[in-house]
Design a protein around this ligand. Structure first.
Ligand SMILES: *Cc1c(COP(=O)(O)O)cnc(C)c1O
Length: 458
C-alpha cells in the first residue's frame, strides 16, 4: 500500500546526500551529541523541526516578487493584515520577526512580577518569556497528556479543575492571563477541542481574566477538530479557525509553522488596548509597526501561506504523512506517543532506552544515536529542554522524555518516511548497546540549543 498521495508536484529540488558512517560518527561528536549543533551539510533527512522549513508554493514565490520594501506603509503589510482578519477573525495585527518576538511583546505588557500564566503544558520560548518579566507558568493540561499511551482524541485540553484550584490557592489577581496552545507541541502535537476552548473562555470571562492563545499550529488543530469533534465534519477549516479564535482575547503566532514560510510572526487581538500597547512597543524591539522585522516580500509570503495552509486537502495530506511515519513505527512496536500528532512523531525515550537513568538524558542520547545510525536529524524534547527549576536550580525531569521526528511541510516524500522508520527499527534492535550521556556544557538560557555532552561508559 502507498503512503498519502501528495496534493502537489515538485518543481524545484535540492540534492541531499547521506554522509558516510565515519563522517556521521565524527560529526555527532564534534556537535557534542547535540543535534542542534550539527552542520546542515552533515544531515541527510532533517526532521529537527517543522519551523521555517516548509517548501513554499509557486503562488508564494510569485508573491515574493511583489515585495514592497518601503520602510513605512508597505502594501504587503495590508495584505497580511487582511489575511489575518479573514482567516483568524482578529481585528488587529502587529507583525514581528518570528513567534518569540510576539511572545516578548505580549508577556512584557500583560505580566507583572509574581504573577502566574497557566498553560496547557509549557513551550520552551513561551516559558522563558513568561519568566523574564517575573512570571511563572503552571501546567494545567489534562493528566492524559502526560501519558504517552493514552489515546484521548484531544490531549491538548485544559483541565478546568486545575485552573479553578490555582485561583482558589492564589487569588484571581495573581493570574496574568490564561494561555492556551493549539496542537500542543510538547505533548506530542495534540489538539484542543472546540468545546474545551469554549469552556475555558467562559470560565475566564466569569473571573474577568483574559485568554491569550499560542495559535502557532492552529490550522492543524482546526483539522483535528474537523476530523474528531462532533458537529464539525463538514465545516470549512477557515470557519473552524474563526470560531476557535473567537474564544480568545488575542494570540501570538509563529508563521514559521502552519503559514508555510521560512520566517515571520505576528501578534493578533480583538482587544484595542493590547493592540495599542504592543504596537507602540514593536518599534523598540522588532521594527516599524508595518513590518515588525520582516521584509515586505516575507509578509506577502506569510499572507498567502496563511490562506494556503487552511486548505482541507493539504491539511489532510499533511497530517496523514505524519501518521504514516508513526504507523510504520507502531507496526514494529517502537514506543511512540499516541495518538500520532499533527507535526511530528514523538518517540518515548524512557521505553526505547530503559537501561539509562534520567540523569543520562535518554532522549538526548536517542536523538544522537538516530543521527549516527542514519543521518536523520531529530530533536530532544525532554529534561534537557525543560531546564532547571526557577527557584531551587535543580534539573526538572518531566514525565515525557521524548525525541521529536518533526516533518517539514511539503518537503520530504513518503520514501523518506520509510527510510526513517527502517533506520529507527534497526536501531531499536541494538538499543541495549547505546551508552548514555553526561552534560559537559550548559548555557544559561534555553540550554537545549547549545549544551554539549560526552558519552559515559555502559
Ligand atoms: C515555534 C514556536 C514558538 C516560537 O516561535 P518562533 O517563530 O520560533 O520564535 C512559540 N510557540 C510554539 C508552540 C512554537 O512551536
Amino acid at each position: 500500500m502507498h503512503g498519502p498521495v501528495e496534493p502537489f508536484k515538485i518543481k524545484v529540488v535540492e540534492p541531499v546526500k547521506i554522509p558516510s558512517e565515519k563522517r556521521r560518527k565524527d560529526a555527532i561528536r564534534e556537535a557534542g551529541f547535540n543535534t542542534f549543533l550539527l552542520l546542515s551539510v552533515d544531515v541527510f533527512i532533517d526532521l529537527l523541526t517543522d519551523s521555517g522549513t516548509s517548501a513554499m508554493s509557486d503562488n508564494q514565490w510569485a508573491g515574493m516578487m511583489i515585495g514592497d520594501e518601503a520602510y513605512a506603509g508597505s502594501k504587503n503589510f495590508y495584505t497580511l493584515e487582511k489575511s489575518v482578519q479573514d482567516v483568524l477573525g482578529y481585528k488587529y495585527m502587529v507583525p514581528t520577526h518570528q513567534g518569540r518576538g510576539a511572545e516578548h511583546l505580549m508577556s512584557k505588557n500583560l505580566i507583572k512580577p509574581g504573577q502566574l500564566v497557566p498553560r496547557n503544558m509549557y513551550f520552551t520560548t513561551s516559558k522563558l518569556h513568561v519568566e523574564l518579566p517575573g512570571g511563572t507558568m503552571p501546567d494545567v493540561i489534562i493528566d492524559e497528556a502526560h501519558d504517552p499511551e493514552n489515546t484521548h482524541p484531544f490531549k491538548g485540553n485544559i483541565d478546568l479543575k486545575k485552573l479553578e484550584k490555582l485561583i482558589d490557592e492564589h487569588g484571581v489577581e495573581k493570574i496574568a492571563y490564561i494561555n492556551v496552545e493549539m496542537d500542543v507541541n510538547m505533548a506530542g502535537g495534540q489538539p484542543v477541542s472546540m468545546q474545551n476552548l469554549r469552556e475555558v473562555y467562559e470560565f475566564a470571562k466569569e473571573h474577568k481574566l483574559k485568554v491569550i492563545f499560542d495559535a502557532t499550529r492552529s490550522s492543524e488543530n482546526a483539522y483535528f477538530i474537523r476530523e474528531r469533534e462532533k458537529g464539525y465534519e463538514d465545516t470549512p477549516i477557515i470557519n473552524i479557525l474563526r470560531e476557535m479564535m473567537s474564544y480568545s482575547d488575542g494570540c501570538i503566532y509563529s508563521s514559521k509553522k502552519d503559514c508555510l514560510v521560512n520566517i515571520g510572526g505576528f501578534l493578533a487581538t480583538h482587544d484595542k488596548e493590547i493592540f495599542e500597547k504592543t504596537r507602540s512597543e514593536v518599534v523598540v524591539y522588532e521594527g516599524l509597526h508595518t513590518y515588525g522585522g520582516m521584509a515586505g516580500r516575507d509578509m506577502e509570503a506569510v499572507a498567502r501561506g496563511l490562506r494556503e495552509g487552511t486548505q482541507y486537502e493539504y491539511l489532510k495530506y499533511r497530517t496523514n504523512q505524519t501518521r504514516y511515519l508513526g504507523e510504520l513505527l507502531i507496526k514494529e512496536n517502537i514506543p511512540v506517543v499516541k495518538p500520532i500528532g499533527g507535526h511530528a512523531v514523538f518517540l518515548n525515550a524512557l521505553k526505547f532506552l530503559p537501561h539509562l537513568p534520567r540523569e543520562q538524558w535518554p532522549a538526548q542520547t536517542l536523538s544522537a544515536a538516530i543521527y549516527e545510525e542514519s543521518g536523520v536529524r531529530s530533536m530532544e524534547r525532554g529534561a534537557v529542554s525543560k531546564g532547571r527549576d526557577k527557584i531551587t536550580g535543580e534539573n526538572i525531569f518531566p514525565k515525557l522524555e521524548l525525541v521529536r521526528l518533526t516533518i517539514p511541510r511539503r518537503v520530504y516524500t513518503n520514501t523518506h518516511m520509510e527510510y526513517t522508520a527502517e533506520s529507527i527499527i534497526k536501531l531499536y534492535e541494538k538499543k541495549d548497546t547505546i551508552p548514555g550521556l553526561k552534560m559537559v556544557h550548559e548555557p544559561k538560557y534555553l540550554r537545549f540549543f547549545q549544551s554539549r555532552f560526552e558519552q559515559v561508559s555502559l
